[in-house]
Design a protein around this ligand. Structure first.
Ligand SMILES: C[S@@+](CC[C@H](N)C(=O)[O-])C[C@H]1O[C@@H](n2cnc3c(N)ncnc32)[C@H](O)[C@@H]1O
Length: 285
């Protein structure tokens, strides 16, 4: 595992994840995958495999150092390799090296792995980091290269919608008990702001400024949402950040992964799950 700092990942408009790494344990679903998401992802994967899970060790590639993926039993025998451009995230979040577990610092769009190395590539909401369609296309080409012929990609995605709520409605909702958690509020704010942008992007620094304007009384918000003030404080990771999050609708994602067939996985049950679809990508012949 590389102990260096952050790489300027070609496809990543976020040059440092240090701020996120520092408060990772305070983030929760839907920003992080829950057990239901892992089950949905396995279902999407197995549903896409006519011959079922290979009866040998399954080699999994994780785009990002999502610790829930490292701890999860994807198949009876699994090895997992994570790739992440952020040395801070690797050190803060990944559960370390094991006989069948490793993390590599690198760019998803140009990985150091040999052709046909993996059976399954998994990613939790990583497409938010690839703001331009050509970056998603480049990711598709790289995944195609490193996947075995019967390999699959399974992702959870934060999907843009045709019709999103207005920011004022979100504030009213937070006042009247219509928001389940601070993490949900944060994601709904990002969705609502990105919806107003032609590129479906939101600059994180702008999300922080808008949050400050809409919710100046943080202790009151924390008590309304029934969370600790430190949870609300996780918004400060966005302060002054030039990085952008993108929320392409599923239809655009399907188009960008041009050499794969996209199949929607099972729906989730938690608040906002309809905006967090899981899907599989099967390489086209
Ligand atoms: C997987 S995404 C989203 C976080 C996710 N919701 C989770 O729970 O893991 C976050 C990670 O992607 C990494 N990342 C973003 N773009 C990247 C790229 N082009 N190459 C490598 N890592 C990248 C960031 O450094 C960060 O650690």
């Amino acid at each position: 595992m590389d102990e260096g700092g952050d790489l300027p990942a070609a496809g990543c408009r976020i040059q440092t994840w240090a701020a996120h790494a520092a408060h990772w344990n305070r983030l929760g679903p839907p920003l992080r995958p829950c057990r239901e998401d892992l089950d949905r992802m396995v279902r999407a994967w197995t549903d896409s495999l006519p011959a079922g899970i290979p009866s040998r060790r399954v080699d999994v590639l994780s785009l990002g150092v999502t610790p829930e993926f490292a701890a999860f039993r994807w198949a009876p025998e699994t090895s997992i390799t994570a790739i992440d451009s952020s040395g801070d995230m690797i050190r803060a979040v990944w559960p370390g090296e094991g006989p069948h577990r490793r993390a590599v610092q690198g760019d998803w769009l140009q990985t150091p792995f040999a052709d046909e190395s993996f059976d399954l590539a998994v990613c939790d909401a990583g497409l938010t980091q690839l703001a331009a369609e050509h970056q998603v296309k480049a990711l598709g080409r790289e995944l195609r290269r490193v996947l075995r012929p019967d390999g699959r990609v399974v992702m959870r995605h934060f999907a843009g919608a045709e019709d999103d709520e207005r920011i004022e409605d979100l504030v009213a909702s937070a006042e009247t008990g219509g928001v389940g958690s601070f993490h949900e509020l944060k994601l709904r704010l990002l969705f609502a702001m990105a919806h107003r942008d032609p590129g479906r992007c939101v600059r994180l620094g702008d999300a922080w400024t808008t949050f400050e304007r809409l919710f100046p009384d943080r202790p009151r918000l924390a008590s309304r949402l029934g969370c600790a003030p430190e949870i609300v404080g996780t918004i400060d990771a966005y302060r002054d950040r030039d990085a952008h999050y993108a929320f392409p609708p599923l239809r655009e994602v399907a188009q960008a992964f041009e050499s794969f067939d996209l199949q929607l996985g099972p729906r989730g049950d938690y608040p906002l799950a309809e905006r967090c679809p899981v899907f599989s990508l099967t390489p086209r012949p």
